[in-house]
Design a protein around this ligand. Structure first.
Ligand code: CP3
Length: 356
């Protein structure tokens, strides 16, 4: 039974349809800056168990929405669920970050990687989505997500987070065909995973290419963007209710925005190293833009935060097609009260840009 969204600002803005005010959500809105997140994580025991327990994942997904009038929920999960489901063994090590028990270095490692069935190995994500949709009861849309093939490949080859991506870049330089095989396998897995998320109830999709900006321009086109385009082409961008807009985020990609728009995505998420008004001029009305406040602005006082919100809204200017967000994830040291200031400022100050 199709369900009307009570607050449909996010979907409308991504499809560049008129809205009454600019929608806002925060990358990593469910996370360690919230004391209630830390409490649920403690109850779960560890991060991977939290992700894999649908009731707890649902609980933390909803936590930021109980505090703030956000215009979207994003399913609590991680981009590294896919490599974990391929058997790499994900662990999150306190103050180090994610690590895999096994990493990928040879062609034979890649040939052995299974293609996870989203309703089997990743069923916990689909169950969490179904649960959150039930709990949201049509109040705001639910965003589903995945990592990009290139970003997932860097974690799989490096065995976890990395500063200089030496192993992944070595594979790119010395064995590009091997890397392409891994990227194609990941593309197949991401398409299955995101289509399953849409079937389970995700109403918008975001693809995180956190490390695409580490590549040269030709390498970005060949090893990252082309696979995101393939994913976009194979997504069924309609669920039982609505069009499902797709947003791409490559951190550090400001010189490539036109190329990203060419993929046919609905939205592009941009970081804070660019002026959103200038980016808007470059892409015209081809795509919606999401962003782009520097997450560190949330460490400032109320006056500075409101001033920065005003300046970003003013830079984007009048008309639809803007989703307010940070240029990257919120950090654990942020005072939750400052998020309330940000969300209220976006809603209050943006109305003047949407008058007819
Ligand atoms: O936005 C949301 O609220 C949804 C949840 C979400 C998480 N990870 C939860 C998480 C999303 C969308 C992600 C995506 C993700 N995960 C990305 C892409 C987006 C980005 O930020 O660039 C990447 C690169 C990862 C991989 C990952 N997971 C890293 C590097 C880390 C450790 C870094 C850190 O912040 O500690 C994680 C762990 C992680 N994923 C946490 C959360 C809330 C922290 C877990 C904890 O300590 O409780």
């Amino acid at each position: 039974m199709p369900q009307e969204l009570k607050n449909n600002r996010l979907i409308k803005a991504l499809l560049r349809e008129p809205v009454d005010m600019t929608p806002v959500w925060i990358m990593r809105q469910a996370g360690r800056y919230l004391p209630e997140y830390r409490a649920t994580r403690k109850k779960a025991g560890d991060f991977v168990t939290l992700c894999q327990t649908p009731e707890l994942a649902c609980e933390v997904t909803l936590q930021p929405l109980l505090r703030y009038p956000l215009d979207a929920a994003i399913i609590f999960s991680d981009i590294l669920t896919i490599p974990d489901a391929m058997g790499l063994g994900l662990k999150l090590i306190e103050s180090v970050g994610p690590r895999f028990e096994r990493s990928i270095s040879t062609l034979s490692d890649i040939k052995k990687l299974p293609l996870p069935d989203p309703e089997q190995e990743l069923k916990y994500v689909m169950d969490a989505i179904r649960l959150v949709r039930k709990e949201l009861n049509g109040n705001v849309p639910l965003i589903g997500f995945s990592g990009s093939p290139w970003t997932l490949a860097t974690y799989m080859i490096e065995g976890g987070s990395s500063k200089n991506f030496s192993k992944a870049k070595k594979m790119l330089d010395k064995e590009p065909d091997t890397l392409h095989l891994l990227l194609q396998h990941l593309t197949d897995a991401v398409v299955l995973y995101l289509n399953a998320q849409i079937n389970a109830g995700a109403q918008a999709i975001m693809i995180f290419d956190t490390w695409g900006g580490m590549l040269s321009t030709p390498d970005y086109m060949e090893f990252s963007l082309s696979y995101m385009k393939r994913i976009r082409d194979y997504l069924k961008t309609k669920n039982s209710e609505n069009r499902v807009p797709v947003t791409l985020f490559t951190k550090g990609a400001n010189q490539w925005i036109e190329d990203i728009a060419e993929t046919g995505c609905d939205g592009i998420s941009i970081d804070w190293n660019c002026n959103i008004g200038e980016v808007r001029k470059r892409v015209g009305d081809r795509v919606a833009l999401q962003g782009n406040m520097d997450p560190s602005m949330l460490r400032e006082d109320e006056e500075k935060i409101v001033g920065e919100v005003r300046s970003i809204l003013d830079s984007y200017g009048h008309g639809p097609g803007h989703v307010f967000n940070l240029g990257h994830g919120i950090t654990p040291d942020i005072n939750p009260e400052n998020v309330a200031i940000l969300v209220d400022a976006v809603h209050d100050l943006s109305q003047q840009y949407h008058k007819k």
